[in-house]
Ligand binder design. Structure first.
Ligand SMILES: *[C@@H]1O[C@H](CO)[C@@H](O)[C@H](O)[C@H]1NC(C)=O
Ligand SMILES: *[C@@H]1O[C@H](CO)[C@@H](O)[C@H](O)[C@H]1NC(C)=O
Ligand SMILES: *[C@@H]1O[C@H](CO)[C@@H](O)[C@H](O)[C@H]1NC(C)=O
Ligand SMILES: *[C@@H]1O[C@H](CO)[C@@H](O)[C@H](O)[C@H]1NC(C)=O
Ligand SMILES: CC(=O)N[C@H]1CO[C@H](CO)[C@@H](O)[C@@H]1O
Length: 575
């Protein structure tokens, strides 16, 4: 399954930074030519729309508007440089086309970033022009007829083949390959001891020159000389000669939190400011480079493993921060083993990046939360691609066996069910999409159908005007949830107990209503699919309360030494 971040990465960037030709992440099992064409088309329409709307908002020329967009972008990752290069290349055509009031869909078909294949429907985001499509397109083609660029852009998915871009492409490529950004998880196993350390999906290491020091392990010799478990507690109390780790943590039953999840778990987020002309300023793109190097995920703010204070201003905290608050000895013991596009069917590809040593480490709470991709895909007919209950059963059993052979005794595994995604269509379809707010011309229904037409939707089956399809998808999701529930009720493992919780979005929505909010405010505005930061924090809250009530043993005891730990070790080295 092609993961969503590819699309949106392409969307926000590919015209500015030809990433998909440079560092296309290892693609999966399906031929992706159709998809990458679709991504290019989405990217073109978004960028052209932004240029057009910036001109409208500032009552400026198209030229000034392109300048403005580039000036907002940061220098990092060559974003600004590439933007100027792209203007040089496509600017003249864009000026001619947009000045003639040609809309983004037509512009992108004219420049051949979007293409209507024979026998395929015409994909468009905005309402169709009043004149027949063929006629409009022909008119636009006449406008740029003499442009030398068009010849090149026929192979526009590889703009790096243009002579004057080749060099800069090369430089960007090597920069990207030499920095972390787009590495595949599988290619990242640089450690000789994969289960002890080496992967970067976990709490920060505190001693890079010591393989045996990492978050989550049981302390070595009570951490008299060094902090072997990176929780910031070590050394000996000079008053009585007792090691602090022994004094403060012994018997406190420390534990870590590990999330096996998908893009929702990793908190996929595209800032609406990146595509909303009326809100765009120099400040808008400050966090873009960091986001890009994190696969557009924000795990540091996620509901399960987040460790930064929420920027949304909501008071609820992540599950990790709550565990840390309950017992400061748990400091830094979190792992976000989530991946965009993750599902029960591909988890085995990255499950082994989980690091837990059965003999040396503290037990862990593992949350399995693959909440969408088993029923979501972008196919014209999504149903045959969905995971069946039988397939789910066998892959979950595999996963649990793996966990039983890797988790320390006394761990807990919690399976999350799937949500009923009909709330997406119900709450969003007649609202304006960010690109449609200025002129009140694009709703989420239009946006969804554009993605479905191009076959790049992250979830055709729920993000669809077809009610039958949405209902069938919810039925399948329910069957899968029931399968997980059944497994949790019937299977026993030696090293962990197995629990199940519903993914109850309804409950979260009600809580949000009580706080004066509307359901649509819980969904990521740009992708119209993922739960946003507020939703993840509310979900974490509901999770915590449920577990505390039903299975308090999972969370462990409150550590009576917390305040003393704060006195001696302050923030315990931060995160
Ligand atoms: C927009 O700019 C044009 C030309 O610069 C000017 O004539 C027009 O009055 C401006 N419109 C607004 C709404 O400022
Ligand atoms: C890091 O580990 C090395 C090797 O065990 C040890 O010599 C050193 O003191 C440790 N550094 C810190 C800051 O604990
Ligand atoms: C695992 O721990 C439980 C108590 O938490 C204990 O009853 C059981 O014997 C342990 N199993 C093994 C294999 O050590
Ligand atoms: C709606 O979806 C169902 C199930 O996939 C399909 O059989 C039906 O043809 C679709 N209806 C339309 C109008 O596309
Ligand atoms: C994909 C991703 O961003 N993973 C992050 C998980 O959390 C660790 C610790 O903060 C980060 O280093 C990883 O980048």
């Amino acid at each position: 399954m092609k993961s969503l971040w590819n699309i949106l990465l392409a969307t926000t960037l590919s015209l500015l930074l030809p990433l998909h030709t440079l560092a296309s992440p290892a693609s999966d099992d399906q031929p992706s030519t159709g998809h990458s064409k679709g991504h290019t088309c989405v990217a073109c329409v978004v960028v052209v729309s932004v240029i057009e709307q910036l001109a409208q908002v500032h009552n400026s020329t198209v030229e000034a508007s392109m300048e403005r967009l580039c000036s907002y972008l940061p220098e990092k990752l060559f974003l600004k440089t590439t933007c100027y290069l792209v203007i040089r290349m496509f600017g003249p055509d864009l000026i001619k086309l947009l000045s003639a009031n040609i809309n983004a869909d037509v512009v992108c078909h004219t420049l051949e970033f979007c293409k209507q294949d024979p026998g395929q429907p015409l994909c468009h985001l905005y309402p169709l022009p009043k004149e027949p499509w063929k006629f409009t397109l022909e008119k636009a083609r006449q406008i740029v007829k003499k442009s030398p660029i068009l010849k090149h852009s026929r192979s526009s998915s590889d703009i790096c083949s243009l002579p004057f871009l080749a060099k800069i492409c090369q430089r960007i490529k090597s920069t990207i390959q030499n920095s972390v950004p787009f590495k595949d998880v599988d290619s990242d196993k640089h450690s000789i001891f994969p289960t002890l350390r080496g992967y970067h999906w976990r709490g920060r290491d505190c001693n890079d020159s010591n393989r045996m020091a990492y978050p989550g392990r049981r302390p070595d010799n009570w951490d008299i000389h060094e902090d072997s478990n990176c929780n910031g507690i070590w050394g000996v109390d000079p008053k009585d000669g007792i090691p602090y780790e022994k004094k403060f943590c012994e018997g406190s039953q420390p534990r870590g939190i590990i999330l096996l999840g998908d893009s929702a778990g990793a908190h996929f987020h595209i800032s609406p400011e990146w595509i909303t002309a009326s809100q765009m300023s120099l400040k808008s793109f400050i966090d873009l480079p960091v986001a890009l190097t994190n696969e557009l995920d924000w795990p540091q703010l996620s509901g399960v493993t987040g460790f930064l204070d929420s920027i949304s201003g909501i008071k609820e905290n992540s599950v990790y921060l709550r565990l840390r608050k309950r017992n400061h000895c748990n400091h830094r013991d979190y792992q976000n083993i989530s991946r965009n596009g993750g599902s029960s069917q591909n988890l085995e590809k990255f499950l082994e990046t989980l690091s837990r040593n059965q003999l040396l480490d503290h037990p862990a709470i593992v949350i399995y939360a693959m909440i969408g991709n088993d029923v979501c895909n972008g196919k014209v007919d999504p149903i045959p691609e969905m995971t069946t209950p039988e397939k789910l059963y066998s892959s979950i059993m595999q996963t649990l066996k793996y966990l039983n052979s890797h988790l320390p005794n006394g761990s807990h595994v919690i399976l999350y069910g799937l949500p009923d995604g009909t709330f997406l269509w119900d709450n969003l379809h007649n609202r304006y999409y960010p690109l449609g707010q200025l002129n009140k011309d694009v709703t989420y229904a239009h946006f969804y159908s554009f993605l479905n037409c191009l076959q790049v939707s992250p979830c055709h089956s729920w993000m669809s005007s077809n009610k039958t399809l949405r209902t069938l998808t919810s039925e399948r999701a329910k069957q899968l949830s029931d399968t997980l529930k059944k497994i949790a009720a019937s299977q026993k493992f030696t090293n962990f107990d197995l629990l199940y919780v519903d993914f109850d979005f309804q409950e979260v929505t009600e809580e949000w209503r009580k706080q004066g909010g509307q359901p649509w405010q819980l969904i990521e505005p740009v992708d119209g699919f993922h739960p946003n930061e507020v939703a993840s924090q509310l979900l974490a809250d509901s999770f915590w309360k449920k577990v505390q009530l039903q299975w308090p043993q999972v969370l462990g005891k409150e550590n009576p030494f917390n305040s003393q730990i704060e006195q001696v070790f302050g923030d315990q080295g931060g995160h």
